[in-house]
Write a protein that binds this ligand. Structure first.
Ligand SMILES: Cc1cc2nc3c(=O)[nH]c(=O)nc-3n(C[C@H](O)[C@H](O)[C@H](O)COP(=O)(O)OP(=O)(O)OC[C@H]3O[C@@H](n4cnc5c(N)ncnc54)[C@H](O)[C@@H]3O)c2cc1C
Length: 414
């Protein structure tokens, strides 16, 4: 039985690895080059601690306040587009306390295996940089850790098992000298890790290729159609047949799904990242910068700063002001590590596939036998990729939906 995966981002490649590990005959079709999407632009956090829906009580007010601030960390752009208006309406509905709580529980359930599955990737020989130091949240203002504390207070009764250590500024600096003298409050999450996102997808690409998976790059899929019991996939260089198809196209999912008359509420939310070298003691932890809402991850190659959530996100050139802002808003938090560059010259933008309730779609497409979707992972694609892939394995190979994957089904959500 041949399974075609469309899209070689972190989701598609993890699924390829998981299905191939279980003995499936897998082929991957990628429009561009592996590593040229959101999956390489991100901060690389593997963070069950921060796996909560963006649509949360109070968020709509914040979004509206920042609607006209083009430099805000969270930007909702008013646009006369019915798909976007509908998305926004559903987002505001998803921010109701009960729906938010259901979303938190669903993500906790999906994340239960996350760390074991990352270990499995490493044990299998997928080569990538992974650090287990946790995330250090830093606030410049007294009380700046407010929502972080509140988040943990809410998560624990819902079944979250990770820990958090609250630190004085001196303790934070002793733990990580790159945390600066202006830090007023700090906390370290104990469970979280971070990975080099470029390394992860290149490592997956190398490993799945080694395992016999054909990954066809520069092979954009234009459409799909049912053919008897299987599927025919059209690309500019010819057609391919497969018994089952998994669409893992992130923010581009609807472009291909529309060929079978299906549309999911997934909108691209643009974010940016830059990578810098520096002098002094580099950070040991990933930093969450509370006031600026940016993430910083120290990789062997350099320190990455990532953030901003612009909805709906465009695809034009990355604005220089956004890149400079990433650096400027990071500096006040830094101690013994000083970036080499005063300004940033190279940065990247990527589209997070955002759903109104922040839950991805992982499952069969109703009324389309043999067609599956794994998309809409929003801010959490790296974190949720291995668990998504393991759930997809059960659905595709055993025709069984694991209980923890039920909240992510398409049926009833579209
Ligand atoms: C600034 C930023 C920071 C982030 N930080 C984190 C983080 O710290 N932790 C975390 O868990 N998540 C983070 N994310 C989110 C994460 O990056 C995404 O959720 C994830 O990359 C989505 O992966 P994907 O494989 O679904 O989509 P993509 O990475 O977009 O991959 C989809 C692939 O499909 C291909 N494609 C598109 N159209 C076609 C077609 N017609 N035919 C064939 N192929 C096609 C694309 O070229 C692409 O390679 C961040 C995102 C951003 C932007």
């Amino acid at each position: 039985m041949k399974i075609a995966i469309i899209g070689a981002g972190v989701i598609g490649l993890n699924i390829a690895w998981d299905l191939r590990s279980a003995g499936a005959d897998v082929e991957v079709l990628e429009a561009g080059t592996v590593g040229d999407s959101a999956s390489a632009v991100n901060a690389g956090w593997v963070t069950p601690s921060l796996s909560t829906p963006l649509a949360s009580p109070g968020i709509v007010g914040q979004g509206i306040r920042h609607m006209f601030d083009r430099d805000g960390a969270l930007v909702f752009r008013p646009q006369p587009d019915t798909q976007w208006m509908k998305w926004l309406w559903n987002f505001s509905r998803a921010a109701r306390p009960k729906v938010y709580e259901r979303g938190v529980k669903a993500l906790l359930g999906l994340n239960r295996q996350t760390m074991d599955l990352f270990d499995e990737l490493e044990d299998d020989g997928v080569q990538f940089e992974m650090r287990r130091a946790g995330i250090l949240a830093l606030a410049l203002q007294p009380g700046g850790l407010g929502w972080f504390r509140q988040l943990f207070d809410e998560l624990v009764p819902l079944g979250f098992t990770g820990g958090i250590d609250y630190l004085s500024p001196a303790e934070a600096h002793a733990l990580d000298p790159a945390a600066g003298a202006h830090v007023a409050e700090a906390a370290r999450t104990t469970l979280d890790r971070f990975v080099d996102p470029d390394g992860l997808i290149q490592g997956l690409l190398a490993r799945v290729t080694d395992m016999g998976v054909a990954v066809h790059q520069n092979r954009p899929v234009q459409a799909m159609r049912k053919n008897g019991h299987g599927w025919v996939i059209s690309t500019p260089s010819g057609e391919l047949s497969a018994d089952q198809v998994i669409v893992a196209l992130g923010a581009a999912t609807n472009k291909v799904l529309s060929s079978v008359g299906v549309s999911l509420p997934i909108i691209g939310a643009r974010g940016y990242s830059v990578e810098l070298t520096g002098r002094g003691t580099p950070p040991k932890h990933a930093f969450y910068l509370m006031e600026s809402k940016l993430g910083l991850s120290p990789f062997e190659r350099g320190v990455r700063i990532a953030g901003v959530f612009e909805l709906p996100g465009g695809e034009g050139p990355v604005p220089q002001r956004r890149l400079d802002q990433l650096l400027e808003q990071t500096k006040p938090y830094l101690g013994d590590w000083i970036p080499d560059a005063a300004t940033v010259t190279k940065g990247r933008g990527g589209l997070r596939p955002a759903t109104p309730d922040s839950l991805p779609f992982i499952g069969p497409v109703p009324d389309h036998e043999g067609l599956f979707v794994a998309a809409g992972h929003g801010m959490l694609g790296v974190t949720l990729a291995p668990a998504t892939a393991r759930a997809m394995r059960s659905m595709v190979m055993d025709r069984s939906i694991p209980e923890h994957a039920l909240p992510f089904q398409l049926a009833g959500r579209v």
